[in-house]
Design a protein around this ligand. Structure first.
Ligand code: FAD
Length: 366
């Protein structure tokens, strides 16, 4: 009988697994993918979608089509629980499926803040509700409207600037970043300067060292006791566990992330693998960012087939010196690597060509 490999979530690492299966569809393994959506966003292009530089379809990978090419069965449903002992998953369709091998790449969600009923609040991740909230907000045309983006990292900066660029002609909409710390505090000073200049150019106001305690319907309550107005609050407050992880019994207790070794393999259950934001790799501190899920993809693809066939596994090698490209609303970006940085339109064009090349690999017909 064929062994059953279940892929949970069509994240950045799993799309590479699917691509490699499509290049060489296995005849000895039965593979299935479970995801509530037939497509997945490519995170690097999300700010460009908000800004209007890309159509939503430019930034989405069609999971269904990839599965067709790879001869993988696609189930459009969330996985609600995983039980490592019984080797079964339970899906949103009320079905249970058995697995021999399991791989989890379900990402993460934005950390929440306390919010009062009636507060108009939306997280940066998952992305669909954010895009819907932005377009709904656009239909309100009367009165002055303030959008507060809460957070001080790259996501907050990119979302606020992209929104400011999208609404550059609208005089009644104001965008402000509210950060508990100095803006981009972990980045070199040149990056911080580039972000501040971009905020000035696009009229995004900055409020740093201001921790938000609660979101009320038309106000943000700050730790200092001050209250500031808001009509739409966007949370870019860092990433926490995907809801499935509360129902994932692998280590005996539900955890924030799935602990794996450098082969991306669960130490207690060698038939279970995890990658991307939902994995915690032993001895490494890997930021929750799509770029690292992308780098884990080829290792995961190799290891899933290797373990099924009794072959040697490969190890993920992490580099904290990865190139980081932060977009600045307009077609400009700032590039950072190993503490060195530079910004300009050229950086955006460079990022655009990297991103489009990456997307091409997963386009139908490739
Ligand atoms: C606005 C914004 C901009 C960003 N920009 C960048 C950037 O420029 N560079 C960068 O490196 N990172 C960026 N990030 C971070 C990036 O989005 C994440 O780190 C990345 O998506 C993680 O990839 P992943 O493979 O772990 O999971 P994801 O890409 O999040 O994929 C998870 C998949 O799992 C599915 N899923 C979830 N729950 C279940 C379930 N229960 N059952 C089945 N399927 C499930 C989801 O539908 C989804 O398809 C950005 C994030 C945001 C919000």
């Amino acid at each position: 009988m064929k062994r059953v490999l279940v892929l949970v979530g069509g994240g950045h690492a799993h799309v590479e697994v699917l691509r490699q299966l499509a290049l060489n569809p296995p005849t000895d393994i039965d593979v299935a993918l479970f995801d509530p959506s037939p497509s997945v966003w490519y995170s690097a292009m999300l700010p460009g979608v908000i800004a209007g530089h890309y159509e939503p379809s430019d930034a989405k990978i069609n999971l269904w089509a990839l599965c067709q090419r790879a001869r993988v069965r696609f189930f459009q449903t969330p996985v609600l629980s995983i039980n490592a002992e019984t080797q079964r998953i339970e899906t949103g369709l009320g079905e249970r499926h058995r697995f021999d091998l399991l791989s989890v790449d379900v990402g993460s969600v934005t950390r929440e803040l306390p919010a009062a009923p009636g507060a108009y609040i939306v997280a940066a991740k998952p992305f669909d509700p954010l895009l819907n909230a932005i377009t709904e907000f656009e239909s309100v045309r009367t009165g002055a409207l303030t959008v507060r983006v809460v957070g001080g990292g790259a996501t907050a900066v990119e979302v606020a600037l992209a929104l400011a660029y999208r609404w550059r002609g609208a005089t009644n909409r104001r965008i402000a970043i509210v950060s508990a710390t100095p803006l981009l505090k972990d980045f070199p000073s040149r990056v911080r300067r580039a972000a501040r200049h971009a905020c000035k150019r696009l009229n995004v106001t900055l409020r740093e060292n201001s921790r938000v305690q609660q979101v009320d319907p038309t106000r943000l309550r700050l730790q200092s006791g001050e209250q500031i107005d808001t009509q739409l609050t966007i949370l870019a407050t860092g990433y926490g566990a995907a809801p499935l992880l509360n129902k994932t019994i692998i280590t005996g207790i539900p955890a924030e992330s799935i602990p794996v070794n450098r082969q991306l393999q669960c130490k207690t259950h060698p038939n279970i693998f995890a990658a991307g934001d939902c994995a915690q790799i032993e001895g490494l501190s890997v930021p929750k960012a799509g770029v690292f899920a992308v780098r884990q993809g080829p290792i995961l693809a190799h290891n899933l087939l290797a373990i099924a066939r009794g072959q040697a596994l490969q190890s993920y090698r992490h580099s904290s010196q990865a190139l980081s490209l932060i977009t600045l609303g307009e077609k400009r970006a700032v590039a950072v690597r190993s503490g060195l940085s530079a910004d300009g339109e050229w950086a955006w064009r460079w990022k655009d060509s990297i991103d489009r090349k990456w997307m091409e690999k997963y386009a139908p017909g490739q």
